[in-house]
Ligand binder design. Structure first.
Ligand SMILES: C[S@@+](CC[C@H](N)C(=O)[O-])C[C@H]1O[C@@H](n2cnc3c(N)ncnc32)[C@H](O)[C@@H]1O
Length: 256
């Protein structure tokens, strides 16, 4: 559909975000439904308004990025991670570098921060958490969460990880200090190097196979030898050896 291609071209020029690397049918469906709700009848009429209406533009970016997340999302894989995978992590000179890529509002990065206090207490752990969407990174830095984000967190962990402010939970400073949030586009920007663990869950599902192939390659180069890649529970690499990785658990890969 030429309208969509033209829309994509202009969005790339305006934002640097390359829609052609996101699965087209899925993206088109989401955007068509969004502009339909706002009373536009085509990509091009919607685009014209996006150029002049910042509220509409913010909403468009939100739709593009799908920020759904929670603490301990798909908990059984976090338990596998704690018990079977983390003991294999080695680091360098007592330091561990962790990258949560596509971190949304930060729940994944803070889940890791909490786990590392129990399982990696002999290491100096630094966590980089990145996302395309600057608005959610701002929320992540505040680290306030509602009940819906912590449904899979036990009472014991809630007490250790959060301070309560009325109905909200704020991550304690001890854990907030471990995480640095930064804007980063997985489809465009240089990757963080020398990582011991990369967690990238429920992000790659939106990308085309070509984009995923390039990202797997770059993740592999970003990991130290023996470093771990933790993917989402619908995201498997079929031929990990193509990227110098070996499968070591349900959704875990190790850099050879
Ligand atoms: C569904 S959330 C996943 C959050 C978390 N990793 C989890 O599994 O709960 C997907 C995140 O990917 C981010 N994202 C989408 N495209 C991206 C890109 N090109 N580069 C970096 N992050 C991107 C979105 O902004 C969103 O926060």
């Amino acid at each position: 559909m030429p309208d969509y291609q033209e829309f994509g071209k202009q969005i790339k020029r305006k934002t640097g975000i390359d829609l052609s690397l996101y699965k087209e049918a899925q993206m088109r469906r989401r955007l068509t439904s969004l502009y339909g709700k706002r009373g536009y009848s085509s990509f091009l009429t919607y685009l014209a308004e996006l150029h002049v209406n910042s509220t509409l533009f913010e909403e468009f970016l939100e739709c593009l990025t799908i920020n759904v997340t929670e603490f301990y999302r798909n908990k059984k894989y976090w338990i596998e991670f704690e018990q079977s995978i983390l003991p294999q992590v080695k680091g360098v000179n007592g330091n561990l570098t962790i990258w949560s890529a596509g971190c949304s509002t930060g729940e994944e990065a803070f889940t890791f921060a909490y786990i590392s206090k129990s399982y990696l207490s002999s290491y100096q752990v630094s966590i980089m958490a990145t996302d395309l969407d600057e608005t959610i990174l701002h929320k992540a830095k505040q680290a306030y969460y509602s009940e819906g984000s912590v449904v899979d967190v036990s009472e014991v962990i809630k007490n250790e990880l959060f301070e309560r402010h009325g109905h909200l939970y704020q991550v304690k400073e001890l854990y907030r200090k471990m995480v640095t949030f930064k804007q980063h586009n997985l489809l465009n920007d240089p990757f963080i190097k020398d990582c011991d663990v990369i967690i990238c869950r429920n992000v790659l599902i939106y990308f085309t196979d070509i984009a995923k192939d390039s990202i797997y390659q770059q993740f592999s180069s970003s990991l130290r030898q023996g470093g771990i890649l933790f993917l989402g529970s619908t995201e498997q690499i079929f031929y990990p050896e193509m990227y110098g990785l070996e499968r070591i658990g349900s959704f875990f890969y190790r850099r050879k």
